[in-house]
Write a protein that binds this ligand. Structure first.
Ligand code: HEC
Length: 260
């Protein structure tokens, strides 16, 4: 009995990253390298889509707010009033229009005040020239006063579930590989393996929160930094233990999957 138990445990003493045979190492390594490439491409894509959302390169809180919440200052009418329609009204009138637009273009104020500004400055063209919006109609003004909208609930639902399913698998395989790492305190290992899943959930949750209230954009940044740091740590330690550690000729007799 005793000998059977003894030989049993010594049989699994190879269950650690430095001692795995080369075919398993090549599987783990190929996976890690391609996933690493994927992560670089994903970062590039985030920088190109979200990174430019505020018109400036680089990812910022504003980018995240514009992407998920939308941007009240980027309505078509506000853009035109500082662009090709710049000279169509006095500074005072333009300011009144912009203030009203940023409030969400309320109907009651249109009737009492804003309508007159449009009648004085705009409708000589915007009611007679075909193809131009007719600014005698509140609905048409409202349409160009709409702010750049953020993500819709439909698109967020779609990317949320794809994101969660796909990335969970990545974290799962990263975690399996890293579970064979030696010399790392159990507690730290547990954190590095499970924290990415929690950051992932917080990340997706923060998109919805940011859609509702722009103040939550920092949560997206923090969770993104969180799982990237954990994943990068797992990535480097795993590759190091598979290929650099065994070079010193030492035999590592540790079963990393057994609770000691
Ligand atoms: C002299 C004629 C004229 C006047 C006055 C005028 N516009 Fe225009 N507006 C145009 C023309 C022409 C275009 C289309 C070309 C362009 O977008 O610059 C246009 C386009 C626009 C658009 C874009 C519409 C769209 O759906 O693409 C907005 C918004 C706009 N004007 C707002 C205003 C406002 C607000 C005023 C009054 C403060 C005003 N315009 C006064 C001629 C005029």
């Amino acid at each position: 009995m005793n000998t059977a138990q003894h030989s049993n445990s010594s049989h699994s003493d190879w269950l650690n990253l430095p001692s795995l045979n080369t075919s398993v190492k090549s599987l783990f390594t190929s996976y890690l390298l391609v996933i690493g490439l994927g992560a670089l491409l994903a970062s590039a894509q985030i920088l190109m889509t979200h990174g430019m959302a505020d018109g400036k390169p680089g990812l910022s809180i504003d980018d995240i707010v514009y992407s998920y919440h939308g941007d009240p200052a980027h309505s078509k009418i506000e853009k035109k009033l500082s662009g090709s329609m710049r000279d169509k009204a006095s500074e005072v009138d333009k300011l009144e229009i912009i203030k009203w637009v940023r409030k969400g273009a309320p109907k009651n104020q249109w009737d009492s005040q804003i309508k007159n500004i449009f009648y004085t400055n705009c409708i000589s063209c915007h009611s007679v020239i075909p193809g131009l919006p007719d600014f005698t109609q509140y609905e048409e003004v409202k349409r160009v006063a709409k702010s750049k909208s953020g993500a819709t609930a439909a698109s967020l639902t779609r990317i949320s579930h794809i994101h969660i399913f796909a990335i969970s698998f990545i974290f799962f395989f990263n975690g399996i590989i890293f579970s064979f790492a030696i010399g790392i305190k159990q507690g730290l290992k547990i954190v590095l393996i499970s924290a990415p899943f929690f950051f992932l959930a917080i990340d997706v949750f923060s998109w919805w929160l940011t859609k509702i209230a722009p103040g939550f954009a920092w949560l997206t940044i923090i969770s993104g930094i969180g799982y990237n740091l954990c994943s990068a740590t797992i990535w480097f330690i795993s590759l190091y233990q598979m290929w650099v550690l065994p070079k010193n000729g030492k035999i590592y007799s540790i079963n990393t999957w057994r609770n000691d």
